[in-house]
Every structure is written in structure tokens, then in C-alpha cells.
Design a protein around this ligand. Structure first.
Ligand SMILES: Nc1ncnc2c1ncn2[C@@H]1O[C@H](COP(=O)(O)OP(=O)(O)OP(=O)(O)O)[C@@H](O)[C@H]1O
Length: 250
């Protein structure tokens, strides 16, 4: 453990969070090394989304630390969190695109918010990004409402990556997608990993966990109940995680 921790890029330490009487997290601890993808699984209501939201400062834990690139983000104020959100992208479930903007305007939005690029530079980055995510250049003129669900999610992911984040939090990126679009999302996640992006994937889609993650952690009773490397999970399935995956426990 002492040899591993210094390499961790993102670490959650003894994270506790309650809503009223309900204690959702009761000392969650885990770490992810640079370039690794951690699959975070668990039953409905175990607090996966709250945890992801906390990693970009949208929620604050009652206690505990969230160390990202050597800094605890928990004490940071809203202004300081803007810097954190440049580094850590939250890829929302539905893509969270602006319906009244074209794909081009959606992708340009984060660049215009944070940088002073010329229109030509913005256009070049958008073309490159569409290509990277396997989207046709002509799709830049379309509005989200005219895109399929799969394309919306891919455009949403493409937008999350416009700022070249070092960490990406994927919240059920393949939910409701057909096998073709699921594969496209998996390919995008793998491409980001190959660039050294550190990621957490919250999902109920185990084939995608097996395809893109290095390790997988199970949220259970307010803590990380079990954690395995993907290889270990594949070769020696046992315990609560395997019961959960096989639908034998909630
Ligand atoms: N703002 C809030 N106020 C009160 N309770 C909340 C709030 N946000 C989350 N919760 C509660 O915290 C618990 C965890 O919610 P969360 O959405 O993180 O679960 P989840 O593991 O992501 O579930 P699912 O797999 O169904 O998406 C739930 O019981 C939820 O009702």
C-alpha cells in the first residue's frame, strides 16, 4: 500500500455523507492511479452519483478528504472549484447538452467560457473532436433534439473532453444504448485512457466495466465493500461483488 499511494492521482479518504437521518456514505475510501479506470458499482441508492458529484464539488461530504492531483478539494470555495472542474470532467448521464444550441455551439461553449480562442481555432478544435469521437463533421449543424440518444451521449462526452481534463467521471454513459453505440462509447473511454486520463465509471453495464476498467469497487452499506482488479474478478469470481453482478443480492 505504501508503494502504491504516492502514485494515486485521485484518492477518497473516509468519505461520510448523510441526508437528514439517512447515512449514505459511512467512510468510503479508495484511490485511482493516473491513467487507470475504476468501475464503481452498487445497488440503487448506494450513493454512486452523490460520490461522483462530490468529486467536482457539486456536493460536500460531512467529513473526509478528496485528494485530486495532490490537493484536497473539499475545503475549496466555488471560485477555486472552477479550476478543479477544468481538470475533472463530469460526463452527465444524458449528455446534458443545451437543446437550444447546435452541436457546434455546444462544443464551443466550454472553450468560450474558459479561453480566448479565435473562431478559426474553435472551429478546428471542434472538427478534430468530432472526428475523435467518430461523429460526422456535418453533425455540427444539428440540434440535440434531432440526434439519436446514442449520438447525444457521444456529443456529450465529446463536450466533456473539450477542456482536455485529467480526470473524467462517467455517470452511466451507456445506459439505454444499443450495442453499436455502447461500443463507440467504450472506444472513446479507451482512447481517453490511452492519453493518460484517469477515470471513474459508474454503471450497471458489466460488459463495459470488463471492457474499459482496470479495477472495480462495490459500494455496499455505505463503504467500499469489495474491490478487485478486473483480471481477478474474471478469473476468481467470489464474494459479495459476484453475488451483486449475478443479481443474487440487491
Ligand atoms: N439532495 C438530496 N437530498 C436528499 N437525499 C438525497 C439527495 N441526493 C441524494 N440523496 C439520497 O442519497 C442516496 C444516494 O443517491 P444516489 O443518487 O447517489 O444513488 P445511486 O447509487 O447513484 O443510485 P442509482 O444507481 O439508482 O442511480 C439516495 O437514497 C438518495 O435519495
Amino acid at each position: 500500500m505504501s508503494n502504491e499511494k504516492p502514485q494515486s492521482f485521485l484518492e477518497v479518504i473516509d468519505f461520510k455523507k448523510s441526508f437528514g437521518e439517512k447515512q449514505v456514505h459511512d467512510g468510503v475510501s479508495f484511490y485511482v492511479r493516473k491513467g487507470e479506470c475504476l468501475g464503481l458499482i452498487g445497488g440503487s441508492g448506494t450513493g454512486k452519483s452523490v460520490l461522483l458529484r462530490s468529486l467536482v464539488g457539486l456536493e460536500k461530504p460531512d467529513s473526509g478528504k478528496i485528494i485530486i492531483d495532490g490537493e484536497d478539494i473539499v475545503p475549496k470555495n466555488e471560485r477555486e472549484l472552477i479550476e478543479v472542474r477544468k481538470k475533472v470532467a463530469y460526463a452527465f448521464q444524458g449528455g446534458a447538452l443545451f437543446d437550444s444550441m447546435t452541436v457546434y455551439e455546444n462544443l464551443a461553449y466550454p472553450l468560450r467560457e474558459h479561453f480566448h480562442f479565435t473562431e478559426k481555432e474553435i472551429a478546428e478544435q471542434i472538427r478534430a473532436q468530432l472526428e475523435e469521437f467518430g461523429l460526422d463533421p456535418s453533425s455540427e449543424k444539428l440540434y440535440p433534439g434531432s440526434l439519436s440518444g446514442g449520438m447525444q451521449k457521444r456529443v456529450g462526452l465529446a463536450r466533456s473532453m473539450m477542456m482536455h481534463p485529467q480526470v473524467v467521471l462517467y455517470d452511466e454513459p451507456t445506459a439505454g444504448l444499443d450495442p453499436y453505440n455502447t461500443k463507440k462509447i467504450q472506444e472513446s473511454i479507451l482512447k481517453m485512457k490511452a492519453k493518460g486520463v484517469t477515470s471513474i465509471l459508474v454503471t450497471h453495464d458489466m460488459p463495459t466495466v470488463y471492457a474499459v476498467c482496470d479495477k472495480v469497487a462495490l459500494l455496499l452499506n455505505g463503504r467500499i465493500g469489495e474491490q478487485y482488479t478486473i483480471d481477478k474478478l474474471k478469473t476468481e469470481p467470489s464474494g459479495a461483488m459476484t453475488e451483486f453482478i449475478n443479481g443474487e443480492s440487491a
